[in-house]
Design a protein. Structure first.
Length: 251
């Protein structure tokens, strides 16, 4: 089966392309540096020729509110139009658990706009809602840092390893379209502040974490269950402590 992975050179995309090829699929890694650009349209029609499935795991180069909205709207419109032209039978997109619950986040408003375009299109689809990746803990800590203090709200947090996300997205991509959302999450639930504290300790980082219910997460206030799945999520297998023990180049 020919499967085009938009963002196939990124964190999730590169793992997904490797897995699909190991399982005998004709997986094409599509990204600007492989000659496929969903914003300009460069290389898109050629990449999609003969494809059965398109998986969109791309991300915006800028997380500024207007830029990220423009990225996901333009990219998704161009992609869905090219898929209709090519006769693609399944569009899979990776989005974020809680997207519909956190409208104060500019990034999640952009992901919601991406999802609406997908739902309103004629292409059968599956939207995968993942929780935060373990690999994202460093970026979260940096964004929440003020001096030597990292302020994080003590809400529930159920992150997942990028390897487990790739496993779940592959399973969904080779299956039938669900025309809805599938939630995926890690195997354990933590307090957000405790998880970030543990990441810092494991990296001998001297910053201290303060549990602050009023600390915003990318511009948005969080409640107890904002970041955890609403329903029965498919769970990954990799535990955070086991992931931390992996050598850094492998994670
Ligand atoms: N981080 C989290 O915790 C989290 C949680 C849930 C869901 N997600 C979602 O997961 C998805 C993938 O995230 P990631 O961390 O794997 O992303 P990433 O590592 O930043 O990779 C982004 C990919 O998008 C490609 N890309 C950028 N502009 C493009 C364009 N104009 N046309 C085609 N491809 C383009 C990049 O290609 P180049 O390298 O050539 O620029 C790269 O391959 C995102 O949609 C995000 O919303 C993330």
């Amino acid at each position: 089966m020919k499967i085009v992975v938009i963002g196939g050179t990124g964190l999730i995309g590169s793992k997904l392309v490797t897995r699909l090829r190991e399982h005998g699929h004709d997986a094409l890694a599509a990204a600007p540096n492989t000659g496929v650009n969903t914003i300009t349209g460069e290389g898109l029609a050629g990449a999609l020729r003969g494809a059965s499935v398109v998986v969109d795991v791309s991300n915006s180069p800028s997380f500024e509110d207007a830029a990220v909205l423009a990225f996901f709207e333009t990219s998704t419109r161009n992609l869905l139009a090219a898929e209709a032209e090519a006769g693609v039978g399944h569009h899979v997109a990776l989005s974020v658990v809680g997207t519909e619950r956190l409208p104060d986040s500019g990034y999640l408003r952009a992901k919601l706009a991406q999802e609406k375009l997908i739902r309103d299109s004629s292409i059968p689809y599956s939207i995968v809602h993942a929780t935060q990746f373990f690999e994202f803990a460093k970026t979260i800590a940096a964004a929440a840092t003020d001096g030597n203090v990292v302020r994080v709200p003590p809400v529930l947090f159920q992150p997942i390893a990028a390897d487990d996300v790739a496993v779940a997205v592959e399973r969904i991509a080779v299956g039938k379209p669900v025309n809805g959302v599938v939630e995926v999450a890690g195997p354990e639930t933590f307090r957000f502040n405790a998880l970030i504290q543990r990441w810092l300790e494991a990296h001998n980082d001297p910053r201290t974490v303060v549990a602050d219910p009023s600390a915003r997460y990318y511009g948005t206030l969080l409640s107890e269950r904002s970041l955890v799945p609403a329903g029965d999520a498919q769970l990954g297998a990799i535990r955070f402590e086991d992931w931390l023990r992996q050598p850094v180049p492998q994670r």
